[in-house]
Design a protein around this ligand. Structure first.
Ligand SMILES: [Zn+2]
Length: 134
């Protein structure tokens, strides 16, 4: 993996990375009213519940938007690279940001799929869901 390694043991997002270690993509959902809590958060602004769960989704989607970055802003991210905004097939209200090396041909609506990038760290390993063109 290129880039920085996220903190994977955070209270609000730890379940996301636990699912990734199993090779699954997960979204957060409220146990009080079933609302999607995306980006993941502990509190549901619809019903006020602090009780939520992680729910596995298919890990397939389409390109909602994209942009090629050509001006380097961090040494861990050599340019060019492509930033994707992915809309999930089975949960269209959830959009994920993805990174592709280089500047491949990408178009809006193009199918993509998640894959799971295992990164060795001082604390063990972190698995980061990433996206590739399907
Ligand atoms: Zn709720």
């Amino acid at each position: 993996m290129t880039g920085l390694v996220p903190v994977d043991g955070d209270l609000d997002t730890g379940g996301f990375f636990e699912a990734a270690r199993r090779g699954e993509l997960a979204v957060r959902r409220c146990n009080g009213c079933d609302a999607l809590l995306h980006l993941p958060r502990a509190y549901c602004k619809r019903c006020g519940s602090w009780d939520g769960r992680w729910e596995t989704v298919a890990g397939t989607g389409t390109v909602y938007s994209w942009s090629v970055v050509e001006h380097q802003v961090h040494p861990a991210y050599p340019v060019p690279y492509t930033i994707l905004l992915v809309q999930l097939d089975d949960e269209p209200a959830a959009r994920f940001v993805g990174h592709l090396d280089g500047s491949p041909d990408v178009s809006i609506g193009q199918p993509v799929e998640a894959w799971f990038d295992r990164v060795d760290t001082v604390d063990g390993d972190t698995v980061v869901p990433r996206w590739r063109l399907a």
